[in-house]
Design a protein around this ligand. Structure first.
Ligand code: THU
Length: 130
């Protein structure tokens, strides 16, 4: 799958987001090495800190289905700027997806692409636990 289609999937994933309090819709589409796509939207609860971002929804769905190898994640926001993953999601991407392409998508379907290590340099990892 090309990144234009992956970006379109992330935009589609925004539709199932539940941003009850922030009203800020985010969608994510995670591409596995064998070209399967897992979608995720941000989900908020009345206990605000229990919110989960779109990226982590998609990643945890994929991991819990047995997926382990990934190529890219597209993240779509509803703004002119690009919705960049929060710090927690950067750590989860780094640990569970490795060095993949991070495709940011704005509300006009424009894209910007980074690598995991560009958005989280000097990452803490399981190597540090040894
Ligand atoms: N959010 C995401 O889903 N992904 C990001 O990359 C940044 C922020 C969500 C969390 C919260 O539901 C809303 O956006 C506002 O912070």
């Amino acid at each position: 799958m090309n990144y234009k289609d992956l970006a379109a999937s992330a935009i589609e994933a925004k539709k199932n987001a539940v941003p009850t309090y922030s009203k800020f819709h985010v969608g994510a589409a995670l591409l596995t090495e064998d070209n399967k796509v897992y979608l995720g939207g941000n989900i908020e609860t009345s206990s605000y800190s229990l919110t989960i971002c779109a990226e982590r929804t998609a990643i945890f769905k994929a991991i819990s289905e047995g997926e382990r190898k990934f190529k890219a994640i597209a993240i779509a926001g509803d703004t002119d700027g690009f919705c960049s993953p929060c710090g927690a999601c950067r750590q989860v991407i780094s640990d569970l997806c490795g060095e993949i392409d991070i495709v940011l998508v704005n509300k006009n379907s424009e894209t910007k692409i980074y690598k995991t290590s560009e958005i989280l340099p000097h990452a803490f990892s399981d190597d540090d636990l040894k």
